[in-house]
Design a protein around this ligand. Structure first.
Ligand code: GTP
Ligand code: MG
Length: 370
């Protein structure tokens, strides 16, 4: 599995590609600069050129960021992470706004959510909930998939006047693929043409059998407009989280999932992450996908500076050396050298993979021509 493209090998030794190709030839290996050679051959060549071989294998990387299992006594209850999903305009952001007593939906361009928002809410009962608001527009499939993957519970919002629509079906598929329990929120119940039973029947066709149809998926009729049913929705969430017994160990190096990342003109690369285990602190050194960094500053969902973030908390992290991909995992490591080495290893591995894929295509194209 470990291999390197000839030109990349030359690059890393700071030798001319032609010389490397020649050295290979002298060893009986005919390879062009875009071809891939195995690690053993590369090692032979490296030694011939008088360089030192340093292999950073995938398992070394795993060792550094290895997730030791948490002892049961170290696990503490954590807030549930709840993704709100469903078809465009069915009222996801409005429901969340009503729960948070905020007005995000009013500020959205064209009234359409275009990114994943992450918010923490304290309920009147004193529980903390983490919500992910996902976009319903057809264009944002990968965001919905990601939303479902980092979540504990999916709230499927279906507007009672519109019933089950394409992205409703898609959201059901994401929730099922991620193995996440669902709660159905039948919204816009205030509308005169609301037909909640039609929604329940349509859901049957997609193997979502709600409690009112004698199934085991909780369903709640709500209106984001009037607030009707929202206390019941929060109760349904509380019940579902109790069943899940969600726990994490706050006293360890953090692991987090990147929900969104962007290059901010003023602040540099910024990542919104959701802490999955451990506590992330200012000054922590981390790798995240092919990037690394040191936490320079963190902001919570209200834009306030925080010095640390524990399990289930969404935070914006500053101090990255590059922009990671949404979906990447962030791991805190002990030293900057480790962080650099792992990030570099991953960058090289990704580049080799792309080069190999490129070489394969060319070969195929050549075969096709012949
Ligand atoms: P996307 O994020 O773009 O997928 O939309 P969304 O699901 O977040 O819907 P949003 O909350 O933006 O609401 C869409 C429209 O439906 C807005 O005009 C809301 O005011 C309206 N709406 C949302 N909930 C209700 C409700 O319970 N009753 C009524 N009558 N209108 C609602
Ligand atoms: Mg929305």
């Amino acid at each position: 599995p470990e291999a390197i493209v000839v030109s990349e090998l030359a690059n890393r030794m700071a030798e001319r590609v032609a010389d490397v190709v020649k050295a290979l030839m002298q060893n009986g290996i005919m390879a062009t600069q875009t071809q891939t050679i195995d690690a053993d051959t590369a090692e032979l060549i490296i030694e011939e050129f008088g360089h030192r071989v340093v292999r950073v294998s995938a398992s070394d990387v795993e060792d550094v960021i290895q997730q030791t299992e948490d002892a049961p006594e170290d696990l503490k209850p954590r807030a549930p992470v709840i993704a709100i999903m469903g078809h465009v305009d069915h009222g996801k952001t409005s429901i969340l706004d009503a729960i948070r007593k905020a007005r995000v939906s009013h500020g959205e361009a064209g009234g359409i959510t275009q990114h994943i928002g992450a918010y923490q809410v304290e309920t009147e009962g004193g529980a903390t909930l983490t919500f992910l608001d996902t976009p319903g527009h057809a264009a944002f499939t990968s965001m919905r998939a990601r939303g479902a993957q980092v979540t504990d519970i999916v709230i499927l919002v279906v507007a009672a006047d519109d019933s089950v629509m394409p992205q409703t079906v898609e959201a059901i598929a994401h929730a099922k693929a991620a193995g996440v329990p669902m709660i159905v929120a039948i919204n816009k119940i205030d509308k005169h043409d609301a037909d909640p039973d039609k929604t329940r029947t349509s859901l049957l066709q997609h193997e979502v059998i709600v409690e009112k149809m004698s199934g085991d998926v909780q369903d709640v009729e709500v209106s984001a407009l009037t607030g009707q049913g929202l206390p019941e929705l929060l109760e349904a969430i509380a019940l579902q989280s109790e069943i899940l017994e969600l726990r994490a160990n706050p006293d360890r190096q953090a692991q987090a999932a990147v929900i969104e990342a962007k290059l901010d003109v003023g602040r540099g690369p910024v990542a919104t992450v959701l802490i999955q285990n451990g506590t992330l602190r200012q000054g922590d050194i981390f790798v995240v996908g092919e990037q690394w960094g040191k936490v320079r500053a963190m902001e919570n969902d209200r834009g306030e500076r925080v010095k640390e973030a524990g399990p289930s908390v969404p935070v914006e992290v500053l101090g990255l050396n590059g922009t990671p991909e949404a979906g990447d995992v962030l791991n805190v490591v002990s030293t900057e050298a480790q962080a650099r080495e792992i990030a570099e290893y991953r960058q090289n591995a990704a580049r080799d993979k792309r080069a190999a894929a490129g070489a394969a295509t060319t070969l195929e194209q050549m075969m096709a021509k012949a």
